[in-house]
Ligand binder design. Structure first.
Ligand SMILES: [Zn+2]
Length: 403
């Protein structure tokens, strides 16, 4: 019968929309920024080898040579690790875990470089962790490599630990990992916030969970100690599987989503020249993010700038290309720290965040176009056509605006 075809088509449309309702809702509710925004984030800096100081000073000098149309210099938001094992004490006493904090005289060049860059406005400091691991897990390890790493006399590179042991907020003494006791989480969070306040001189507002493993309980403990924002990869991984892979709990985030006192930011892509994700790769991501009205939050790690002279030099060159390229391709681009982006999203500042349907819809539609399977289904079902027409109408009716 002829009438069955439209009915089947409508049923298919309804099924697609129902199945993807939460994803579509997330794409729609995420704020639309009115100009391109670049947020550079680099992790793992702080307590560790003094070689970081030179890398930080070089990066600060490079960043300070650029500015956007508002006069803002590019900012590297640095996730700071506050301590490493006190190898000598651990080797000598064979007792409980002992730490060397970032404010120890032996690490003063690194702390000075961080604070100098912050004072110049090229660095914004945020919490990574007290340690980039759970100390009791390492202390309980019988692996000779881990034992020797723990008791080395010089400040350690945490990147040398087995990957699963670099997670902090799960008990990875064996895999699959297990939840940490809640009272231990409470104590550890309180302690790391206190160390941050003492060492950095302010209360951290933004945290980047090490290896992106954390739990809702850890979130609540952070919030109770003043943290306002968690940087995420768009979902929450809560433990490690038997093969060491990250397991998510089903929670998915968009920029600006809130839970209680916590607001989430979502990293968009990578700038990791040491792993082939260079300036060209990052500029492509910036173009895509800007077309979607999203901040381009790029993930980076200190390993790009430390440990190997050639890699250090290449990464600085790529950073320069990235910033110069961004300013050249997008003259209206704005450089923000994660903390400043948090303010923009929380306040829904109309200078930065689009409110009107015809400004929001084209960006929402581009997000859909980049949504993979959902977009394929929209095209197959014919739903893409009215959306395309609506986008064209919205683009014609909106005037370009600048922050
Ligand atoms: Zn890290």
């Amino acid at each position: 019968m002829l009438w069955t075809l439209p009915v089947l088509w409508l049923a298919a449309l309804a099924a697609i929309l129902l199945w993807y309702l939460r994803d579509i809702g997330r794409l729609w509710r995420e704020p639309v920024l009115r100009c391109p925004v670049l947020v550079l984030e680099s992790d793992d800096w702080g307590a560790g080898p003094p070689a970081q100081a030179t890398a930080l000073n070089d990066m600060a000098a490079l960043l300070g040579g650029f500015q956007d149309t508002s006069g803002q210099v590019p900012v590297m938001s640095l996730a700071v690790v506050l301590s490493v094992p006190d190898g000598k004490a651990i080797a000598a006493e064979k007792g409980p875990y002992q730490r060397t904090c970032l404010d120890e005289p032996s690490l003063s060049t690194v702390l000075d470089a961080l604070k100098q860059g912050e004072a110049e406005g090229v660095f914004s400091l945020q919490l990574h962790a007290s340690e980039h691991f759970w100390p009791n897990t390492l202390m309980g390890s019988v692996d000779p490599k881990v034992r020797s790493w723990l008791s080395q006399p010089v400040p350690a590179w945490t990147e040398e630990l087995p990957p699963h042991l670099q997670s902090r907020w799960t008990d990875a003494s064996s895999l699959p990992s297990r939840s940490l006791p809640q009272h231990a989480v409470d104590l550890a969070v309180k302690e790391e916030i206190e160390i941050y306040k003492r060492v950095i001189g302010s209360t951290p507002r933004v945290v980047v969970p090490p290896t992106f493993i954390w739990t809702p309980y850890v979130e609540r403990a952070w919030a109770a100690n003043g943290i306002q924002c968690i940087v995420t990869p768009g979902q929450r991984y809560t433990f490690l599987a038997a093969d060491g892979s990250h397991i998510a709990d089903g929670a998915k985030f968009a920029n600006g989503d809130c839970s209680g006192d916590i607001t989430y930011l979502v990293r968009y892509d990578y700038f990791e020249p040491a792993r082939g994700r260079d300036a060209g790769y990052a500029l492509h991501a910036l173009g895509r993010a800007s077309s979607e009205g999203r901040p381009c939050i790029l993930e980076n790690h200190r390993v790009n700038f430390c440990r190997d002279t050639a890699v250090h030099r290449t990464s600085l060159e790529e950073l320069e290309k990235l910033i110069a390229g961004a300013l050249s391709l997008m003259p209206t681009i704005r450089f923000l720290s994660s903390c400043e982006l948090l303010r923009v999203l929380k306040e829904q500042d109309p200078q930065w965040v689009a409110r009107h349907f015809n400004e929001r819809f084209p960006c929402f539609w581009r997000r859909l176009r980049h949504s993979g399977r959902l977009w394929k289904l929209l095209k197959l079902s014919g739903l893409a056509l009215p959306g395309e027409l609506l986008t064209r109408w919205a683009l014609c009716s909106v005037k370009p605006s600048h922050v």
